[in-house]
Design a protein around this ligand. Structure first.
Ligand SMILES: *Cc1c(COP(=O)(O)O)cnc(C)c1O
Length: 344
């Protein structure tokens, strides 16, 4: 498979912006830096950040066992996904395939980039319909989005089906692993070198507890990463984010403890929900949320809002009629939710 053939024509020949900090990287070194029109007085952040975020990447490389040359960081996964659109999808010509019900940003980014969306709804077990997907692709199908574990259905996709899609799809397969740290399944990053058309995205927004700093991670082949590097805004990850991310990645014990607590609470919450009179179904979860079918999602949603609890109403999504999505909170928050539900 030749990935270069999938690129947009303007991207094939594009030249990256060369920033001052690309030429001489370490502004903290013992040199005089008068190359970037910065204010010379110290605030700790008066210098432009490292455009390659080398320290964060090295730490991630150690943790994940992926080379730094196979990692790209962005201002949230949302920026990473947008870069992927801009690299591969010719506006008003190409299309991407999504599998509803799923994360809303894929279609928002497609619209933003004037790229058509082909949808193949998941089957009744919330698994991809492999044959239909492969039949639907055409010569302009550039991206296939697999969200696993999937938001809002909470399941991980069967790995044989994912593998069949990686082998059968003629474009790039983007596996969004925003919830992988809550999952029993292995990350697809261990298979990167087998599949030249594989892009895996992860984020510090969920398990790592850093939604506020906006740090998304993209793992792919060196070639794909080199392309995305050329087109990303040079200083897309700010210094405060880089510092905070590194700090958190150096206290993995704390992260693991929090994830374990959330998983424990997920079980407790699911058990308690199964005793609520109007709860009809609790779907198995491989993530930090539960998809729950109730008698009347719109009514229950409003009742909860009145009592100060905000949940996500997914009832308009395909296969999610009368479903609410509950994020697993702290023990106290979950307790409160259960008490309120039982009072309704
Ligand atoms: C929350 C979420 C993300 C995270 O996006 P960021 O921009 O990194 O915060 C990505 N994908 C899915 C499916 C999500 O639910």
């Amino acid at each position: 498979m030749n990935i270069e053939n999938l690129l947009r024509d303007n991207i094939k020949t594009i030249k990256a912006y060369s920033s001052a900090r690309d030429e001489y990287k370490d502004a903290s070194a013992d040199m005089v830096f008068i190359d970037a029109n910065e204010n010379p007085f110290q605030t700790n952040i008066n210098r432009y950040p490292d455009p390659q975020q080398s320290k964060v990447k090295e730490r991630l490389s150690n943790i994940k066992g992926v080379k730094t040359s196979q990692i790209l960081l962005g201002n949230g996964s949302d920026e990473v996904l947008d870069l992927v659109f801009r690299a591969f999808c010719e506006p008003s010509r190409d299309n991407v395939i999504t599998l509803p019900p799923t994360y809303g940003m894929y279609s928002v980014l497609a619209d933003l980039n004037a790229v058509k969306i082909q949808s193949v709804v998941l089957d009744d077990n919330f698994e991809p319909k492999v044959n239909e997907i492969l039949k639907m692709q055409d010569e302009f199908s550039k991206l296939l989005f697999l969200c696993s574990p999937n938001n809002p259905t909470a399941n991980s996709f069967n790995s044989n089906k994912v593998e069949a899609l990686l082998k059968g799809f003629n474009g790039i397969v983007v596996i969004d692993e925003a919830y992988i740290d809550f999952s029993n399944s292995d990350s697809w990053i261990s298979r990167l070198n087998e599949f030249p058309n594989l892009i895996v995205t992860q984020t510090l927004s969920k398990a790592y507890g850093l939604a506020g700093i906006r740090l998304g991670i993209c793992y792919a082949s060196e070639y794909i990463i080199s392309i995305l590097n050329k087109i990303k805004p040079p200083y897309n990850v700010n210094q405060l984010t880089q510092d905070k991310a590194l700090e958190r990645l150096n206290e993995l014990g704390q992260v693991i403890q929090e994830v374990n607590s959330i998983l424990e609470q997920r079980t407790i919450l699911a058990n308690a929900l199964s005793n609520v009179s109007f709860v009809q179904k609790i779907y198995p979860s491989d993530a930090n949320f539960l998809l729950v079918k109730v008698d009347d999602a719109n009514q229950r949603y409003l009742q909860l809002i009145k009592r100060g609890v905000v949940v996500r109403n997914r009832t308009t999504q395909p296969l999610c009629e009368n479903c609410l999505r509950f994020t697993v909170g702290t023990a106290e928050e979950n307790q409160l939710l259960i008490e309120i539900l039982n009072q309704l």
